[in-house]
Each structure stands twice: as structure tokens, then as C-alpha cells.
Design a protein around this ligand. Structure first.
Ligand SMILES: [Zn+2]
Length: 371
């Protein structure tokens, strides 16, 4: 019906969540065993993580430390963006290389809503957005979308349908904002009437089909579907990586702001783009040449802790993986295959360390004087 779906928006639909989730403690044990099945040497694996800076991401890091017996290298920037300029140092810190990238989204089990997370260290255990960084990026786009939904009207006159569009949206001189795919919305780009702040156009057949039931005038509301609009935004890069995160999401922002759970959709697409981008940088990285490398991407669903829990009950949804062997052979696993490979592994890890005991050993060790 529509012709403007982008490749990126099509791939969004490929990311499956249902029946593809692992409880995090199970995921990390299976991942460790998967690494061993690929020839990774226990005790010589340097895991790294590219996670958001949110404190909710601490629990996965603790589990990675426990199962791999070492604290993971920090490969991440806020929002779950991979710091690809850290491949070199990572490569020097271990024999066999593991990189786990994940964007994250909160989940409230009571309301069954994505995008919220209970902050148990706040005065009243308040809920806040999660991922908060992605939420702050989305705010401007959501506000433009709200304005468009409320300021574009469909009007039926006799049996003809018209769109009354605020002049803001037809002003092509803007460098930023929400822009309409007029070819899909109207049958003729020349207005039939002009008013003080808007113009009236004859509606396209697609729009007419959506409004056969109205008898006078109504705002377009949720029928402003992603195929009908796009955004322009002068994205500024910054060292905190917001610019990078925003550039990742910009081409598919219409699909994100109209999604049932925008923060879930944004986490998925960011992970998909980061996997695609990062695997190309791993292939070119001199430090990884001749080494075993497993790069795995997915999303963290952080289930809000209840009052008696210290940590979230995080779930991992794998998206894709890249594997390199010491002879330089490489392959990529798509979501279903990756899920099956992980699921086939044992969830028992006899090599996992006792964190408390390891800390006690350090507490009891003889003092070393520094200078
Ligand atoms: Zn975050």
C-alpha cells in the first residue's frame, strides 16, 4: 500500500522478543559454555560490555564477573553505544575476546509497561523512564508528533475528503522538524484553499480509506502513521554519545514515536544498528586479528525490583552475534540461530567464582605497601 518503508524499519519487525528471552543468570552461564564450545580457554577470556551507564546495568556486570571470573572491560557509552575506539586496549587485556553489547529498557511488572523502572534508592521508590538517555533523545520528536496529530485535520465535504494542514508542516524552508510525505497524504500538492495559518488539500485515496466513517471534521491523530512523515534534525555530536545515539534513531524515528512502547522500539533499533556498525570495526581492528572473538548484541529488559529486591530481574534478548576464530574464519549468527545455539548450552557453570569468597581472600591478604 505504501512505498516509503525503509530497510531499517523493515528490520525492526525482525527483532523477536516473545520466546527469545533468557533470565540473565541463565544467559551468562550459557554464554560462558558457548564460549568454551567455540574453543575459548577458561581463565583467559576477557569479557567486555557495552552497556548504558544506568545503575540497573550493574546486575548483568556482576553476573558476567561471577561466571567469567574477571570484571568485564568497559566498552560502552550511555544508551548502549559501543566505544569502538576501545577495541585496541580490550584486545591487549586477554587471549580470547568477548564483547557483549546491549541497549536496555525498563519494565514494570505491575502495569506491564515498558520504559519505566522503579528507582529503589529514591526517597519514595519513584518510577522513572528507562532508558532515561533514550527517553531524553525521544522527547523532541514526540512533541513534534503530538503537534502534528493535533494540527492536521481531515474534513469531509459531501463525499470529498480534504486535509487541512498547519503551515508549519508545509514550510519547506525549515531545517528541523517533522515533515510530511505529501505525495502519500494529498492527491494534489496545490492547495484548494489557503487560510491564515493553514492550507486545505484534496486528500489522497489512502487517507480517504481511513476516514470513510467521519461525517465532518476530525484531527488526524493516530492515523498519522509512520509512512506519512519523517524528521529533519541537526544532530550535534558530543562526547557523551547522545549525538551518535540520536543519529542511529533518526531515520526510524517515525516508527519509534508511533510504536506501542517507544522506548522498547528505540532500544531494539539501537542494538540492531550498533551490531551492524560494530562488527565492521571488529573485522578491521588489528588487535583482534589472529584471536578468537565473540561479539554478541541484544537488549536488556530490566524488570523493576520489588521492595525486597536489590537488583532488577534482568532478561536478555539476543539479536545477533559475530564469531571469529584464530585462523581468521568468520561468521554471523542471526537471531533465531543465535537463540538456539545459546539455548542448547548447559545453564550449569562449574567454573563460576564465589564472589564473596574472592572478596574475603583480598580482605585477608597481606598488606602491600605502595612506596
Ligand atoms: Zn540507559
Amino acid at each position: 500500500m505504501f512505498r516509503s518503508r525503509t530497510n531499517v524499519s523493515q528490520i525492526m519487525g525482525e527483532f523477536k522478543i516473545e520466546d527469545h528471552l533468557f533470565r540473565y543468570s541463565v544467559f551468562v552461564a550459557k554464554l560462558y559454555n558457548y564460549c568454551k564450545s567455540l574453543g575459548f580457554e577458561p581463565g583467559k577470556i576477557m569479557p567486555s560490555r557495552a552497556f548504558c551507564s544506568d545503575e540497573s546495568q550493574g546486575y548483568p556486570i556482576i553476573l558476567i564477573s561471577k561466571h567469567f571470573g574477571t570484571f568485564p572491560f568497559n566498552h560502552g557509552l550511555v544508551g548502549g553505544v559501543v566505544a569502538t575506539d576501545r577495541h585496541g586496549p580490550h584486545a591487549e587485556h586477554g587471549k580470547d575476546m568477548l564483547i557483549i553489547q546491549a541497549s536496555h529498557v525498563g519494565y514494570d511488572p505491575e502495569s506491564k509497561k515498558f520504559g519505566v523502572y522503579r528507582r529503589i534508592c529514591t526517597e519514595h521508590d519513584e518510577n522513572s523512564s528507562s532508558c532515561g538517555k533514550i527517553d531524553s533523545v525521544l522527547a523532541w520528536y514526540e512533541s513534534e508528533y503530538r503537534f502534528a496529530k493535533n494540527n492536521i485535520f481531515v474534513e469531509k465535504r459531501n463525499n470529498d475528503y480534504f486535509l487541512i494542514i498547519d503551515n508549519y508542516f508545509t514550510n519547506e524552508e525549515r531545517t528541523e522538524g517533522l515533515f510530511l510525505n505529501m505525495d502519500l497524504l494529498v492527491s494534489d500538492r496545490s492547495p484548494v484553499e489557503s487560510y491564515s495559518t493553514s492550507k486545505c488539500f484534496r486528500a489522497s485515496a489512502e487517507v480517504q480509506a481511513m476516514y470513510e466513517w467521519i461525517d465532518n471534521r476530525k484531527n488526524i491523530g493516530k492515523n498519522l502513521i509512520p509512512e506519512f512523515f519523517y524528521y529533519k534534525r541537526n544532530v550535534i555530536s558530543d562526547i557523551e554519545s547522545q549525538g551518535h545515539l540520536e543519529s542511529n534513531l533518526l531515520p526510524v524515528m517515525p516508527w519509534i514515536v508511533t510504536a506501542a512502547a517507544p522506548l522498547l522500539a528505540a532500544a531494539q533499533i539501537n542494538t540492531q544498528i550498533e551490531f551492524d556498525r560494530t562488527f565492521r570495526t571488529i573485522v578491521k581492528e588489528k588487535g583482534y586479528q589472529g584471536k578468537r572473538v565473540l561479539f554478541i548484541s541484544g537488549i536488556h529488559i530490566d524488570i523493576s525490583p520489588s521492595e525486597d529486591q536489590l537488583f532488577p530481574l534482568t532478561k536478555f534478548v539476543p539479536w545477533a552475534a559475530f564469531i571469529q576464530d584464530t585462523d581468521g574464519s568468520q561468521r554471523t549468527l542471526e537471531q533465531n540461530e543465535l537463540y538456539e545455539q545459546l539455548n542448547a548450552q548447559s545453564s550449569e557453570n562449574p567454573d563460576q567464582i564465589d564472589m564473596e569468597a574472592a572478596i574475603h581472600v583480598m580482605e585477608d591478604a597481606q598488606e602491600v605497601k605502595v612506596i
